[in-house]
Ligand binder design. Structure first.
Ligand SMILES: *Cc1c(COP(=O)(O)O)cnc(C)c1O
Length: 230
């Protein structure tokens, strides 16, 4: 099952890249494994998956300990400042930075470990549904505030688009995030070059790729529906 699903997703990524005249290597598939058991992640690992996305600190730390060390863990969910310390040395990328307070905490914890934390800024482009993320117009001032943090590298932008019946409805959201990244890079802020666009989930990752996504976060499409009642 998992193998079939994974192959299907990979084929759709390739097809979307072809339609957009982009290369397959430009797009990283993040396997969103939240709520799924270790055995299922191991199965995906055995099929070659090395990048996993999780949205809970506790789940990352437990899975991190149980699975091989060459996995790249991405924190894709809302992150509370008091929990940064548990994952700072375990994740390759934090997708969900949306406050100065959180950035300050990441800076402090990264300094303790003498590492540079790679982060994305979460942008609530759609301005509905999700209560997290900065508004589009808040992003540039925010970047200017944190650009000189020595232990943080702002690598790009992330957005969660609404769940819609027709993924075409989200195309403009993805195009807007792309445009925002271009605008930011044109400002030539010291230490800041945003080249990661984390956008697109099971329902809409093909459209996101057509609009420039460099990371897509796919859970259900790979692992099947989640059961939150267990
Ligand atoms: C759960 C989740 C995903 C994956 O959602 P699917 O619809 O299952 O692909 C992607 N991004 C974030 C931030 C999530 O929390």
């Amino acid at each position: 099952m998992l193998e079939t699903h994974l192959k299907e997703v990979e084929a759709k990524i390739q097809a979307a890249c072809d339609r957009a005249g982009r290369k397959w290597e430009e797009v990283t598939l993040i396997a969103v494994s939240k709520t799924k058991p270790i055995e299922m992640l191991q199965e995906a690992y055995d099929l070659g998956v090395r990048v996993f996305g999780e949205n809970k600190v506790q789940e990352i730390t437990a899975k991190y300990d149980a699975l091989p060390d060459d996995i790249h863990w991405h924190m894709i969910g809302h992150l509370q400042t008091n929990k940064v310390k548990y994952i700072i040395d375990k994740v390759d990328l934090i997708h969900s930075v949306d406050s100065v307070k959180l950035a300050e905490t990441i800076e402090k914890e990264a300094a303790k470990h003498n590492l540079t934390a790679n982060i994305l800024i979460e942008v609530n482009v759609a301005q509905e549904e999700s209560k997290f993320g900065l508004k589009t117009e808040e992003v540039l001032p925010f970047i200017e505030k944190i650009a000189n943090f020595e232990h943080i590298k702002v690598c790009g932008l992330m957005t969660i688009a609404p769940f819609v019946d027709n993924p075409e409805e989200n195309r403009q959201i993805f195009a807007n995030l792309h445009k925002l990244s271009v605008d930011i890079n044109e400002k030539n802020i010291d230490n800041v070059y945003v080249n990661i666009l984390s956008m697109g989930m099971t329902n809409d990752y093909e459209v996101a790729i057509e609009e420039g996504a460099t990371m897509v976060r796919v859970g259900t499409g790979i692992f099947g529906a989640r059961n939150y009642n267990i």
